[in-house]
Design a protein around this ligand. Structure first.
Ligand SMILES: Cc1ncc(COP(=O)(O)O)c(C=O)c1O
Length: 414
């Protein structure tokens, strides 16, 4: 048996790639603990974007000149990189989108409106980001289907014992769930949810916005029908993401948006659709952003998703060990063993926005609010939390700065 040694992440070498660390506030670099909202970009991505604009830019697919060929090759290479990143069987199954939200809306509209009706049940979870919760709630409402959610317990884990009750509500047609919670860091048992969907003949839709940046994904091994991700959360540009969809389903679906390159033939009496993936890519694509997405994937794969996951796990363990030192702190979410690089907390009665603002003066960047998870916060009887989130460039020293900053907040406002 060959044993592949796990790669170790050299955080100082990684940090040398990130120009934002050359920015200072009051003589100190930023402790950027807000990567769950959007990740910083390495120079490999930033320079690659400028390079593409300089040397390879034109619109894709339509031109017959060398520059257009170069642009199309760059765009389609990026699609191949996303395919390999997710281990999809074919590039036809990779649709470029504006991000996770658009990917989920694509499935909800294009699959949901044609396949859902009264008696059907669409299942999401109470942990979900609004981008997975709201489209399904809305499309269920429009089609007359029942919208149901898997509840969460006090620790922020899904209550899987509720699945049988939910199955009793009608025909389960969609199981849509986040893999990793952006609000609490909970890693959901998506394998189990995909298997449950299959058992009921339902489609499974995985929101991988917070999973794809931090762990290796194999859609064939997982067996899901759809999976959506965003480039900006994995060190790539904004306004681009991808939807993986099983070709068989995508082929049977109506298009989502209409116009541009997604057609085969347009006549006055009828329009026919192009082949996959073009059928789902209406209008001018986010060409350069897609190329940057590919560069970000190269970057993460060079470091190793396993090494990134292990690095973040160690940081979360460290943060959960140190944060209880702060007087009045309440931590939310599961233990480190079931959690990705996110910690959520409140500091006594101090409003989370005040906590985040005082930390901001110290150069410690965290987020405060409902994190686009209002149903979850309502369940936990909270209006808002503070959230610190970690990525491959995060250090223990930055977590120390968070803890010191919280002591300061506590002293000032507590
Ligand atoms: C779990 C989760 N799902 C979906 C989204 C939406 O991603 P985007 O805004 O890139 O479409 C986010 C963004 O924060 C997220 O954290």
């Amino acid at each position: 048996m060959t044993v592949t040694p796990q790669r170790i992440l050299d955080v100082e070498a990684v940090r040398a790639d990130f120009p934002f660390l050359e920015e200072f506030v009051d003589g100190r670099p930023f402790a950027f603990l807000d990567s769950a909202a959007s990740a910083q970009k390495p120079r490999q991505v930033i320079d690659g974007l400028a390079d593409f604009y300089r040397h390879s830019y034109a619109n894709v697919h339509r031109g017959v000149y060398a520059l257009a060929d170069r642009a199309t090759a760059g765009y389609e290479d990026a699609r191949e990189k996303v395919r390999a990143f997710l281990n999809a069987a074919s590039e036809r199954e990779i649709i470029f989108t504006r991000g996770t939200t658009e990917g989920i809306n694509l499935v909800a509209y294009a699959w949901g409106l044609d396949n859902l009706g009264p008696g059907d049940v669409v299942v999401a979870t109470d942990l979900d980001h609004h981008s997975n919760f709201v489209p399904w709630q809305y499309i269920a409402g429009r089609s007359g289907a029942t919208f149901a959610t898997i509840p969460v317990d006090d620790a922020g884990d899904l209550v899987l014992e509720e699945l049988d009750r939910i199955a009793g509500l009608g025909r389960i047609k969609v199981v849509a769930a986040g893999w990793v919670s952006n609000a609490l860091g909970t890693v959901n048992p998506v394998e189990l949810l995909v298997a449950w969907a299959k058992e009921h003949g339902a489609i499974s839709v995985i929101d991988a916005a917070q999973a794809a940046p931090h762990r290796a994904i194999d859609v064939q091994a997982l067996g899901c029908d759809f999976l959506a991700l965003s480039a900006h959360k994995l060190c790539g540009p904004t306004s681009v993401g991808a939807l993986y969809g099983r070709a068989e389903l995508l082929e049977r679906m109506s298009p989502f948006q209409l116009g541009g390159h997604m057609i085969r033939q347009v006549r006055h009496d009828r329009t026919t659709w192009g082949e996959l993936p073009a059928k789902f890519e209406a209008g001018t694509a986010s060409i350069v952003e897609a190329v940057g997405f590919g560069l970000a994937i190269d970057y993460l794969q060079d470091i190793g998703l396993d090494a990134i996951e292990a690095h973040e796990h160690a940081l979360v363990e460290y943060a959960l060990e140190r944060l209880p030192e702060v007087p009045g702190i309440t931590l939310y979410g599961p233990p480190a063993s079931r959690r990705a690089g996110v910690v959520a907390f409140n500091l006594g009665d101090i409003h989370p926005h005040d906590v985040a603002q005082v930390l901001g003066f110290e150069g410690v960047c965290i987020r405060a609010g409902h994190h686009c998870t209002q149903p979850l916060l309502r369940r936990l009887d909270l209006a808002a939390t503070n959230r610190a989130s970690f990525y491959l460039y995060t250090t223990r020293a930055e977590i120390d700065r968070l803890v010191d900053g919280l002591h300061l907040v506590s002293g000032k406002l507590g």
